[in-house]
Design a protein. Sequence first.
Length: 282
Amino acid sequence: MFKPPNDGLRPLSLEKPFKPYDIHTAPMWRMRSYLEMANWSDPWTNGAAAASVDARTASYDTGLRSYMLSVYNYMTSGVLLTGIVALLFVKSGYVSLLFGADGHVSGLGWIVTLAPLAFVLALSFGINRLSDVAAQALFWAYAAMMGLSLSTVLLVYTGSSVANTFFATAAGFAGLSLWGYTTKKDLTGMGSFLIMGVFGILVAMLLNMFLQSGPLGLVISVLGVLLFAGLTAYDTQKIKSMYYAVGGTAFARKSVIMGALTLYLDFINMFLFLLRLFGDRR
């Protein structure tokens, strides 16, 4: 049987796998030198890798900021377009065409009321088949149609209360969206709860159309504000995370449109529920 030399100074070979006795009999300083050589890496290589990671991170952050800024720009422009169209429609007097001689909603009024839903469905279910230009055109058309539909709000509530509620909604929306963008907490869990709540609100609103209950209407308005406040934060985080999947792809522009549409709906619904709670009727 082969035995190691007794001096314990047998050099370790870097060309051949060392045998078990090498580990146990070699002096510790030799073992340390060997392990340090095995674990040694070029500092220039590490520096280049770190620089590459930093560059990719900076590029991702820049792209994300540009993506979210585009979403907010579209959403804000859509809200402003809605407000301008509503104001001009009332000032022109054409808003009277939405009502018949008996004061009930006319056929044109029902078309204007239901048309926004058609635009939302077209964008939601047809976004993959639409071109970028077509998706943008549908978004602007939807915002303009919402202006016609919401023009009646200016007939029901005073101008000052509408303005005050709008600015209050804008401030609340900005704070909630900023929190949704910056929070480290995963809001996915509350998303399904909020969406179920929205369906519950819709059912309650349809029921109250027949009951005409004041207390029920108040509860619906309070819950509506809370639900869409939560959805503002949840949707912002979802839109932010969406960039990871679509950033740099051909679908990015369409994703911006859909994100803007989502936040637009959150804003408009929160505004309407707040107006029902605090608006001064004419």
